[in-house]
Design a protein around this ligand. Structure first.
Ligand SMILES: O=C[C@H](O)COP(=O)(O)O
Length: 252
């Protein structure tokens, strides 16, 4: 039985005090959602220690949205994986399309970040996905395959076992356009075959999350698909009620 995961990526939203309130709201309502759902919240770096405090005593895990390529040293403005781990993070989102698009992250960058994450006991949530042009040209399968081969294939079997994948079609992120449940299933199943080509049966255990305008009204239909194991939620993760309602997309 694969893990069911609902992860909230708060991106560059909320001030620290608002983030604490949001986290408290998620904790308060968590009991209404099946305990089978693993919730993760990924606030901005500046909120991590306060949100960690707000999550104490709950089963909601903490994640960061990125980490540095290097372990430590003269890298002004960077945040090392060891630092976020020390604040209580269990997860780190890596390779989000916004990082690839706006900050030029390449597979070479991401290989280094993955190594840092694993070296510090963090579980990466590795994001893949095509943009609109690539989708319209029918290149989406090739795009995600390359994003996996160039990074995930470099993991050891031991490292791979922990990995979480998030498929996020760039054209569906924050746009209100959602991939249909069928589109999501088609590419999730494909991603699993690409993972299985390298890691064999272990690919059956890998949680593959869908991200892109996932909301309470469409989560249940998307999560019902065989190869969709949850969601990486942006906008709808900023309201505790909506985030929890997405979790209810998994029936007990
Ligand atoms: O990481 C989350 C995704 O980018 C989805 O964002 P969204 O739910 O606002 O479309």
């Amino acid at each position: 039985m694969r893990k069911k995961i609902v992860a909230g990526n708060w991106k560059m939203n909320t001030l620290p005090a608002e983030g604490v309130e949001l986290a408290k709201g998620v904790v308060a309502g968590r009991g209404e959602v099946c305990s089978c759902v693993n919730f993760i919240v990924c606030p901005p770096f500046t909120h991590l220690s306060m949100v960690a405090e707000a999550l104490k005593g709950s089963d909601i895990a903490l994640g960061a949205q990125d980490c540095a390529t290097e372990a430590k040293g003269a890298y002004t403005g960077e945040i090392a994986a060891s630092m976020i781990a020390a604040l209580g993070c269990k997860y780190v989102i890596l390779g989000h399309s916004e990082r690839r698009q706006y900050y030029g992250e390449t597979s070479a960058t991401l290989n280094k970040k993955m190594a840092q994450a694993y070296a510090n006991g963090l579980v990466p949530i590795y994001c893949v996905g095509e943009n609109l042009e690539e989708r319209e040209a029918g290149k989406h399968f090739d795009v995600v395959k390359a994003q996996i081969e160039e990074v995930v294939y470099n993991l050891t079997e031991e490292q791979y076992k922990e990995l979480v994948i998030a498929y996020e079609p760039v054209w569906a992120i924050g746009t209100g356009k959602t991939a249909t449940a069928e589109q999501a299933q088609e590419i999730h199943a494909y991603i699993r075959t690409v993972l299985a080509a390298k890691f064999g049966a272990a690919a059956q255990e890998t949680a593959i999350l869908y991200g892109g305008s996932c909301k309470p009204s469409n989560a249940a239909e998307i999560f019902a698909k065989e190869d969709v194991d949850g969601g990486l939620i942006g906008g709808a993760a900023l309201k505790a009620e909506d985030f929890l309602a997405i979790g209810k997309g998994f029936s007990k």
